[in-house]
Design a protein around this ligand. Structure first.
Ligand SMILES: Nc1ncnc2c1ncn2[C@@H]1O[C@H](COP(=O)(O)OP(=O)(O)OP(=O)(O)O)[C@@H](O)[C@H]1O
Length: 496
């Protein structure tokens, strides 16, 4: 594992999309492999192992993770078991995953080997994966059928090496045309484009600041853009926080939110520098779906997150997606509906819900994955004052009663700040203030950055302080201002 001294120098380049290419390409290649396996004639009882050759091509082209390679090996094994004429084909269930993992290992570690500018991987993987897989298969066969040692050592193992040599020839013969075809059809990036897609699996990445989410020196530039929308942002979200992020439109708040969910860099293309850690794990070393079980997000156009016809179907959909057992779904639906106070609406059609109720339903769907951290992007932009108040009462309860850590992007600070313990100000992609609510509001007022969002009552206190009056308590609400004025009354009378 490589250690990184200065995380701000570590880059992650990614082109948008493409996370399912390995499935598309592997499916196509294994289909070709199966046809060749069924029709190819053998010469003297020897034929290339087309299944191995084709999944080696797919793995060399798409560079899947080890877990994905294991999946490829298991699918190849099933194909072999179903199409084999052998008396004992079940050894494939072990030998094919070994072959696919061998191939993935070589692709990860020997990609630098080139001959006259061409990758040596097809030759190497074709040979090594076939020898490893074939070796495992004949060893299982020897013990399963009780074959004598001389048959194993003088017949079976040499045959495996011969088939390995044949595959070292046929794999590159399929790899290079396949590469050209997939690139020309736009299914695969060209080699130049692939060379800029990063792989962080070899890095030892650990947060230097503890936190449920630790953002360290994060800079981010969207695909095809030249100016970063986040510029060296460092921020830690701690357990139990109710953190509000604010800033002018376009200051990078939603982008920061997307970085917490892993959509940046995994979904949006572009260049990310620095790192985001969730639960101590670098987001470049995990997947969006795994992050979703830790960080639940409600987007500003939350209606787009609804997919079903009725309230209970909507939550059941989220639960089924997580693989929750059918007998547990009913109870889980009851629990999340209780949490978001939608129990009386359980069988209601989505079209008969108000905007606020639909929003609660989206939150219920997010809660169904049981994430510890909840991220809300401009949640109240479409709500009236009463709906906004109800929303924050609900989120407050999720924070204090159910222990969820909350991150909210908000322009309406008057509504959100009574519940917040921290306020962060972003300006042109830079984090300008991170502190308790009073500290950041003072910063906004003093530096005239997004000062129009400072609650009126707090701005009034700032105006009075400017005029020379001092107050012990920050005026974060009208009630706090009244109490503070009552305390300060004697001093004010003397001053007037
Ligand atoms: N997918 C994208 N591709 C390219 N640029 C983008 C993309 N999404 C956002 N941007 C740009 O990134 C910058 C920051 O946008 P972002 O949405 O993060 O800001 P914001 O503070 O949340 O704004 P708002 O309050 O208006 O939602 C903006 O200049 C925006 O145009």
């Amino acid at each position: 594992m490589k250690h990184i001294e200065d995380i701000s120098t570590l880059e992650f380049h990614h082109r948008q999309g493409g996370q399912f290419r390995w499935i598309t390409i592997t499916t196509l290649m294994l289909a070709i492999g199966t046809i060749l396996h069924l029709v190819s004639p053998s010469v003297g009882g020897v034929t290339p192992n087309w299944t191995i050759a084709t999944y080696c091509v797919a793995i060399c082209l798409t560079k899947p993770t080890y877990r994905q390679a294991l999946g490829i090996g298991l699918v190849a094994a099933l194909i072999n078991v179903l199409t084999s004429k052998s008396g004992f084909p079940y050894g494939n269930l072990i030998s094919e995953p070994i072959g696919a993992l061998t191939c993935a290992f070589l692709v990860k570690n020997l990609a630098f080997l080139k001959f006259r500018g061409h990758s040596c991987l097809p030759v190497l993987t074709g040979f090594a994966a076939t020898c490893m897989s074939g070796g495992a298969f004949v060893t299982i066969l020897k013990f399963a059928l009780g074959l004598p040692n001389n048959v194993y050592f003088t017949g079976m193992l040499p045959l495996v090496v011969i088939v390995g040599a044949l595959n070292a020839v046929v794999t590159p013969l399929m790899y290079f045309p396949a590469l050209r075809l997939f690139v020309s059809r736009g299914i695969l990036d060209s080699l130049e484009e692939q060379s800029v897609t990063s792989d962080h699996s070899q890095y030892d990445l650990k947060p230097s600041v503890p936190g449920l989410i630790s953002i360290e020196h994060l800079s981010y530039t969207y695909n095809k853009q030249t100016t970063p929308v986040l510029d060296d942002v460092s921020l830690a979200v701690h357990k139990g926080d109710f953190l509000v992020i604010t800033g002018e439109s376009g200051s990078g708040k939603s982008s920061l939110c997307m970085a917490m969910t892993g959509a940046i860099p995994h979904y949006f293309g572009g260049v990310m520098k620095g790192m985001v850690y969730v639960d101590g794990k670098a987001t470049t070393q995990t997947t969006i779906s795994r992050l979703a079980s830790r960080v639940g997000a409600m987007l500003d156009d939350y209606d787009s997150q609804l997919v079903a016809m009725t309230v209970e179907e909507e939550i059941a959909f989220s639960l089924e997606n997580q693989g929750v057992a059918p007998d547990k779904i009913e109870t889980a639906i009851t629990e999340v509906l209780e949490k978001v106070k939608l129990t009386p609406y359980r069988t209601r059609q989505l079209t008969n819900l108000s905007g606020g109720q639909r929003q609660r339903l989206v939150i219920a769907g997010v809660l169904a994955t049981n994430p510890e951290i909840l991220v809300f992007d401009e949640p109240t932009s479409a709500l009236d004052p009463e709906g906004t108040h109800d929303f924050y009462e609900l989120v407050h309860e999720l924070n204090v009663r159910y222990g969820h850590t909350i991150v909210v992007i908000e322009h309406n600070l008057e509504a959100a700040l009574p519940y917040a313990n921290r306020l962060v100000l972003l300006d042109h992609g830079q984090l300008r203030s991170d502190g308790d609510v009073e500290t950041t509001l003072r910063y906004m007022y003093d530096h005239d950055i997004y000062a129009t969002a400072v609650p009126k009552v707090f701005a009034c206190q700032m105006d009075l302080e400017k005029a020379g009056y001092q107050f012990d308590q920050p005026w974060l609400s009208v009630e706090a201002a009244v109490r503070s004025l009552q305390d300060a009354a004697p001093a004010l009378e003397r001053a007037v």
